[in-house]
Ligand binder design. Structure first.
Ligand code: ADP
Ligand code: ZN
Length: 613
């Protein structure tokens, strides 16, 4: 066998051994093994993986396998303590350096770094880039640099951090140290920015796709938002932790009070609250079980609680990017989770007023309008929601998912071929240059001055759509965009042009349906069956699960860490399912590594034995 191939196999065996003994998992997920192999061998990697995909192990394991310590750059200071706590629970020598440490605590970490006593150190970017820290690093043995949240280097998204631009220094100063950049948000422009600005031209790119198959998407027309939320919580999440997003601070307070009156523990979170109260509410959400946070969008950055079981939007989010990020905070542990949303006409008006009132340049305003339309198209679609979402993020080849409301309970639809053909014909006959407002004028036969000047009153399509009103036509255009038959020409003037399937629709070769506005008479489908978090339907198992959860909370409180750094829910559920009563059987449970087996194995076995006898 060739030398490097043999070395690679040996390194894969060692990686698997660390995965088992330190983290307690039996096998790598999708691309993890290949990524780890690449970095262990000293190569650079760019990892694009959805939230909850398992990015952390991709740098943690190479840091343990390579000589020296791994340096992790992350902008999320609030998260570092949790991450380090979790690693220490698994027996990894980890620490962090950021502005929350006292000078003497920082000194201690720096001393450990110099003396080679750490496997991993998390550092805030501004700290890392300080001359003093770079100088310190030059005297340490470094296994790798991991650049987490790498999209922060790009101005395209919303999380731009100027410090990130300077991270290219790492490559210049330490050219031999492999770098791994990781992110969950990378459309084309962001990805290019990361490669260019971090000088990752030689990196292997590992793109895993953005689907979050365990999240079930559901959108309801708003009637009584609070009662709709309550019905959802009562039937599907009677005791689970989750997040409820509202648009205004006032509504946050009102909904939190209302949920409390109903008997749930619901805590408000918005920028108008004093910082200590915000912190306390966030801390309780992380450390206690079953708490609901009611929040404005101010909440969520850097929350990586794995067992958030639902995210509910009582108002429309700002756009699909925000929606995907916010709903993505549920189900990080891979267990079933719910994304629930109600939306109504008032929401649309609020967002429109926001866009038109804001101080945007013309181009930016067009982009914002386009994003709002994409969001509404998603809400209105009668087809698989996941397909619409993923297509928006550039993944167009997914099949209907079977795990969204439209797949599970197909809505009543109208045959839309005729209307779609009229709309597409208006687009093509006006030269694929105009926005929805103008196209609707043509369809309705409005002989405005603008239309006459362009000669559009002479088009064959002029007035052919007078059977429907303006509101309906706007919705039809949004749905045609959502289904990919039309596209918005964002680079040009923001007009509509044909998408891949536009001509096929015009020729009548593909069916088109629109959501009917008449409500379904049927009872809503029972969504509750397989998304409830109960590990099993049996009462005895449920009781055992509660007992293990209580034990975990107690251990967590003693050490002042969140319960999930001790064991994840998935791990407790496996214990309930397999009921290990000795250490050997316990060591087989995913998430139980060597260190945790030593520390907690006996206590959990005792709880299991007690429940089965
Ligand atoms: P990300 O940073 O990509 O959002 P994490 O690294 O936090 O995701 O991992 C998400 C969850 O998946 C964590 O609970 C982690 O322990 C778990 N996980 C990661 N890799 C594996 C694996 N190979 N087997 C089982 N669980 C895994
Ligand atoms: Zn679906």
């Amino acid at each position: 066998m060739e030398g490097s191939a043999a070395a690679s196999i040996a390194s894969q065996d060692r990686a698997l051994e660390v995965l088992r003994s330190v983290f307690g998992y039996g096998a790598f997920r999708r691309e993890q093994a290949a990524i780890i192999d690449r970095v262990v061998a000293g190569g650079d990697a760019l990892v694009l993986m959805p939230t909850g995909g398992g990015k952390s192990l991709c740098y943690q394991i190479p840091a343990l396998l390579r000589d020296g310590m791994g340096v992790v750059v992350s902008p999320l200071i609030a998260l570092m303590k949790d991450q380090v706590d979790a690693l220490r629970q698994a027996g990894v020598r980890a620490a962090y350096l950021n502005s929350t440490l006292t000078p003497s605590q920082a000194d201690e970490v720096e001393r450990d770094m110099r003396q080679g006593k750490l496997d991993l150190v998390y550092v805030a970017p501004e700290r890392l880039l300080a001359p003093r820290c770079l100088e310190l690093l030059s005297r340490c043995k470094i296994a790798l640099f991991a650049i987490d949240e790498a999209h922060c280097v790009s101005q395209w998204g919303h999380d731009f951090r100027p410090e990130y631009l300077q991270l290219r220094i790492l490559h210049e100063r330490f050219p031999k140290v492999p770098r791994i950049a990781l992110t969950a948000t990378a459309d084309g422009p962001t990805r290019n920015d990361i490669i260019e600005r971090l000088v990752l031209g030689d990196a292997n790119i590992f793109a895993v796709g953005f689907d979050r198959p365990n999240i079930r998407y559901r959108v309801l027309a708003k009637r009584e938002a609070k009662s709709q939320l309550w019905a959802f919580l009562r039937s599907e999440h009677p005791s689970d932790a989750g997040i409820v997003y509202c648009l205004s601070r006032r509504k946050v307070e009102e909904v939190a009070d209302w949920l409390c009156a109903k008997g749930r523990v619901a805590l408000p979170y918005h920028a108008g609250l004093d910082a200590p109260i915000r912190e306390r509410n966030q801390d309780r959400f992380l450390k206690e079980e079953g708490i609901i946070i009611v929040a404005t969008v101010a909440f969520g950055m850097g929350i990586d609680k794995p067992n958030v079981r639902f995210v509910a939007h009582l108002d429309l989010p700002k756009n699909l990017e925000a929606y995907y990020q916010e709903t993505g905070r549920s189900g990080r542990d891979g267990l079933p989770a719910n994304a629930f949303m109600t939306y109504g006409l008032t929401d649309i008006r609020t967002l429109l007023r926001f866009i038109d009132g804001a101080d945007f340049e013309e181009r930016q305003r067009r982009i914002e309008h386009h994003k709002l339309n994409a969001l509404l198209g998603y809400c209105e679609t009668a087809t698989c929601r996941r397909q619409v979402l993923l297509a928006y993020f550039g993944e167009r080849d997914h099949q209907p998912c079977g795990n969204c409301d439209n797949c599970l309970e197909p809505p009543r639809v109208l045959d839309g071929v005729k209307a779609a053909q009229k709309a597409l014909s208006a687009v093509i006959r006006t030269g694929e240059r105009f926005g929805v407002g103008h196209l609707v004028d043509v369809l309705l036969g409005n002989s405005t001055e603008h239309i006459r000047k362009l000669g559009h009153h002479q088009l064959k399509t002029f007035g052919v759509g007078s059977d429907l009103d303006r509101k309906r036509w706007r919705s039809i255009f949004r749905q045609l965009v959502a289904q990919g038959h039309l596209e918005v020409d964002v680079e040009g003037h923001g007009g509509l042009k044909f998408g891949k399937t536009g001509w096929a629709v015009l020729r009548g070769q593909v069916p088109v349906v629109f959501r009917s506005e008449t409500k379904t008479a049927r009872r809503p489908a029972d969504f509750s069956r397989d998304t409830a978090s109960d590990p099993s339907s049996s009462a005895a198992n449920d009781k055992l699960f509660q007992a293990l959860r209580a034990l975990r909370s107690e251990l967590a409180r003693e050490q002042n860490v969140p319960p999930y750094v001790i064991f994840h829910d998935t791990t407790l559920m496996e214990m309930v399912r397999r009921k290990p009563t000795d250490l050997l059987a316990m060591s087989d449970i995913p998430g139980v590594g060597r260190r945790k087996l030593d520390r907690y194995g006996a206590a959990f076995i005792a709880a299991i034995v007690k429940s089965v006898t």
